[in-house]
Design a protein around this ligand. Structure first.
Ligand code: CDT
Length: 320
């Protein structure tokens, strides 16, 4: 066995005007909770330090800048205390944030922070940016303006090994962010590198008729149910088809009293089985023990890529 105790830190409602220090305190509290349950790795959501600002058209550059981390995220005043605490507790964390890079480019990013070495082991920049550049005509609509605020990620889907974890067996991990989880290509790029734990933070609108479109999404309750169903469907099926554990963490709840985000943070095994899942849409920690050896079955049998893939028939996937 190669046991690893992992946690997902779900964050509940976070409003546009919430002071960042308040949100950060909630994250520190969640990290403490995870530590008290002996988690070795904690995943936080996409753009975890603030509300999900791409739902708004923001023309004020000062306000927009306040949602971004400028320069090294581990040193950024609004984020550094989380990394410092992780180091102090000896717990690895992965967390999503809006990145304003030194050269002025902006990305929807996440990092894997390795507590023992006190360093960022890996960085990922979201590749599949959903939504539009221009807002919907309806001023009340939930927008999805990621294409306006971010560039598509330029770092690829790079798996990485984590030292000093899973009984020293150096598990292979990979990151994706929210919408990426709906694309089988994201998962396959990681699983071709032998990934054993996929980390995915998200902000997924529940009732947002302009975004999701279909008739059944005009009913708030049905819309939430569908959004949650599709979320779990992709986490479970892709974990199975790529013989990997996955952890996903939601920014959930009712932001600003009117924008609903689904919960459903969960830890999934390599046969698509849910090992732990949140029960609320509030701040909540879930923990599961993962035996990474369980990935071996799928990786050496049904999904033994070397024996069974037929790449000569996959060319369409990479053509425009
Ligand atoms: N944050 C993010 O990527 N959210 C998207 C919403 C899709 S827009 C219809 C998601 O895939 O959950």
């Amino acid at each position: 066995a190669r046991m690893l105790r992992v946690a997902a830190a779900q964050l509940g409602a976070t409003h546009r005007s919430d002071p960042r220090s308040e949100t950060l305190d909630r994250m520190l509290q969640l990290l403490d909770d995870a530590a008290s349950q002996s988690a070795e790795l904690v995943l936080f959501p996409e753009t975890a330090f603030t509300t999900f600002f791409p739902r708004y058209l923001i023309n004020d550059s000062v306000e927009l800048d306040s949602f971004f981390e400028h320069g090294d995220v581990t040193k950024s005043p609004g984020a550094a205390p989380l990394f410092d605490k992780a180091k102090q507790l000896g717990i690895d964390i992965s967390v999503g944030f809006a990145e304003a890079a030194d050269n002025g480019e902006r990305f929807n990013s996440s990092v894997y922070y390795h507590a023992k070495s006190g360093s960022v082991l890996a960085k990922y920049r979201k590749i599949h940016l959903p939504g539009d550049f221009e807002p919907f005509a309806d001023p009340e609509a939930t927008n999805q303006l990621e294409k306006r605020y971010f560039k598509p990620g330029n770092l690829g889907f790079e798996a990485f090994r984590v030292p000093d974890l899973a009984e020293g067996s150096e598990p292979i991990m990979g990151m994706m962010i929210c919408n990426d989880r709906r694309w089988p290509e994201s998962w396959r790029c990681l699983s071709l590198q032998g990934v054993e734990v996929v980390l995915c933070g998200y902000n997924t609108a529940g009732f947002a008729p302009d975004l999701w479109g279909s008739d059944k999404n005009q009913d708030p309750q049905k819309a939430e149910e569908t959004a949650l169903f599709l979320h779990k469907l992709v986490m479970q099926s892709n974990s199975y088809m790529n013989a990997t554990f996955s952890i996903c963490a939601a920014r959930a709840g009712m932001d600003d009293g009117k924008f609903s985000l689904i919960g459903g943070s969960c830890i999934v095994g390599p046969e698509g089985d849910i090992l732990a899942e949140t029960k609320t849409v509030d701040d909540e920690i879930i923990v599961a023990d993962c035996d990474l050896e369980l990935c071996r079955q799928g990786k050496t049998r049904t999904f033994d890529f070397a024996r069974h893939r037929r790449v000569e028939h996959y060319k369409r996937i990479v053509e425009q």
